[in-house]
Design a protein around this ligand. Structure first.
Ligand code: ADQ
Length: 488
């Protein structure tokens, strides 16, 4: 069995030619569109950011939940990719999405840092809705018989097997955007065998880091060995002779595109406005979906300790938290919002000097990529402190925008993110140690600008060389090559 370690990811060899414009049927929970001021537009978020380049270069279709929106366009704005919306009933969205996906799988796969809830009714809805997604994907595959099927994330673990049952020779890939926990934690899931056999319908199952991949292989060995399933190296051999390969493929961003956008006039104007607003102060920034995995409370408490220890910082430092509303129909998320807002108010109540601006600023909303870029360009340091995070794209965005502006910003990065494996020049931190975190922030701010600039440039160069185009072409080639091998 492979050893778990925080080593650099093994570069997965990319067999076969680049996939050119072979059609792709992407299957993911949500369709990546929303209604904006000027009509339908791509919605924000990690998965959409990552998959946008696929849609630009490959024909095909995207199968996903319409989220209850009506009147969706037939194709993705700005491309020929067909949208295949799935409508869910109120009960399905409650039990499959809010229940099984967000209150069972999400906490379970994030090391059970919130207690996962196990409800049989939710599991039944999850099976039913995975069935609907598979049916839609099969219909799209009938229109594009030479397509690659690419299934995403913890909402849809049963889909690979359902597609395989009806199209045995179909190349199928699965990518998990979140961590895979240790086999002990995974074993708590009452439906642990079904989820594993669902995933093993794919030809390739890929993860952000070796740790997650090894945890998965150990879960397969523990739960399925009695059923004749064998883990051999990085592959899984099934009783019917099929081989499923696993791969480590850290996701990334469209670095060139972001670096170019970061220099446009709207961003520069945004930076000038921030220079005025925070004139003479050091700005620490946090940017996250409002999620209990992101360590926002620990970050606020660390900032509080910093202000407590250093009275001079109460007027010379500002911390801005930008939090995108997320899953506010789930109880734990509503509670988190309340707790964050209490801390922000409490810290400002304690540490605002009369006649001065508050030390903690808080925006509860989504921002446009250009608005976000202005904050990235201006901030002296970014605090990325998740208790656990599959990858984390925000830190990759920060180093890219800072480098485009010739900045010397510091990245303070939790060692419990997938990104920490790649961005080793960051100031790494353990967010569970709140006091230690407050010292790591101090340390990051005390680094010489020359050192910070050198670290930042190294990280930005890594992201540039391992961008999302590299990730997509690697994944599609791997799926096509192993899918073809399986069909022989
Ligand atoms: P997320 O948990 O959503 O993604 P992350 O990877 O950081 O986390 O992506 C967030 C995205 O949302 C970034 O592109 C960021 O720019 C954007 N965003 C954040 N705050 C915003 C705001 N206020 N306004 C607008 N946009 C904002 C999941 C996993 C991660 C994994 C990704 C991709 O949890 O671990 O990195 O998928 O696989």
């Amino acid at each position: 069995m492979p050893q778990t370690s925080r080593q650099k990811p093994i570069e997965v060899p990319v067999p076969g030619a680049r996939q050119g414009s072979r059609p792709v049927i992407a299957v993911a929970n949500r369709l990546p569109v929303q209604r904006g001021d000027d009509g339908w537009e791509l919605s924000p978020g990690g998965l959409v950011t990552a998959l946008r380049p696929v849609m630009e270069t490959h024909p095909g279709a995207w199968v996903g939940w319409d989220g209850g929106t009506k009147g969706m366009p037939a194709t993705l704005p700005g491309s020929d990719v067909r949208l295949q919306p799935i409508a869910l009933s109120a009960a399905q969205s409650r039990d499959y999405y809010r229940g099984f996906a967000n209150a069972t799988m999400w906490p379970l796969l994030h090391n059970a840092i919130e207690k996962p809830r196990f409800e049989r009714a939710w599991w039944r809805a999850y099976q039913e809705v995975n069935g609907l997604f598979a049916e839609r994907a099969l219909a799209a595959l009938a229109d594009y018989p030479d397509a690659v099927a690419w299934v995403h994330d913890y909402h849809l673990t049963l889909v690979p097997r359902l597609i395989r049952a009806r199209r045995p020779g179909q190349p199928i890939g699965f990518f998990l955007h979140v961590p895979w926990p240790s086999p002990d934690i995974y074993a708590r899931l009452p439906w642990r065998e079904q989820v594993l056999t669902g995933l093993l319908g794919a030809d390739v199952i890929a993860f952000h880091t070796d740790d997650y991949r090894f945890n998965f292989l150990r879960s397969v060995a523990r739960q399925l060995e009695d059923s004749g399933v064998e883990v051999r190296g990085s592959s899984v051999l099934l009783p019917d002779g099929r081989e499923v390969v696993t791969a480590t493929a850290p996701i990334s961003i469209d670095a060139a595109d972001l670096a170019a956008t970061a220099l446009d006039p709207e961003v520069k104007a945004g930076v000038r406005a921030l220079e005025e607003q925070f004139s003479g102060r050091t700005l620490l920034l946090g940017v996250d979906r409002l999620d209990y995995t992101k360590g926002i409370i620990e970050r606020l408490l660390a900032v509080e300790m910093l202000l407590e220890r250093n009275p001079a910082l109460r007027t010379s430092l500002a911390f801005l938290q930008i939090a995108v509303p997320s899953r506010d129909e789930v109880r734990e998320y509503r509670q988190l919002r309340g707790t964050v807002e209490q801390h922000v108010g409490r810290i400002n109540g304690l540490f605002t000097e009369p006649g001065n601006d508050v030390p903690v600023h808080y925006l509860y909303r989504g921002l446009s990529p250009r608005q976000l870029s202005a904050y990235y360009a201006f901030a002296d340091a970014l605090l990325v402190t998740p208790l656990i995070d599959g990858m984390n794209l925000v830190c990759k965005e920060y180093v890219t925008v800072q480098a485009a502006h010739g900045g010397s910003g510091a990245l303070i990065l939790s060692e419990f993110t997938g990104a920490a494996v790649e961005l080793s020049q960051a100031v790494l931190c353990n967010p569970f140690d709140v006091e230690g975190l407050s010292y790591r922030i101090e340390h990051a701010l005390s680094l010489e600008p020359g050192t910070r600039r050198k670290n930042l440039a190294a990280m930005a160069e890594h992201v540039r060389a391992h961008d999302v185009h590299h990730w997509v072409s690697g994944q599609l080639s791997l799926i096509a090559a192993h899918g073809a091998a399986a069909a022989d």
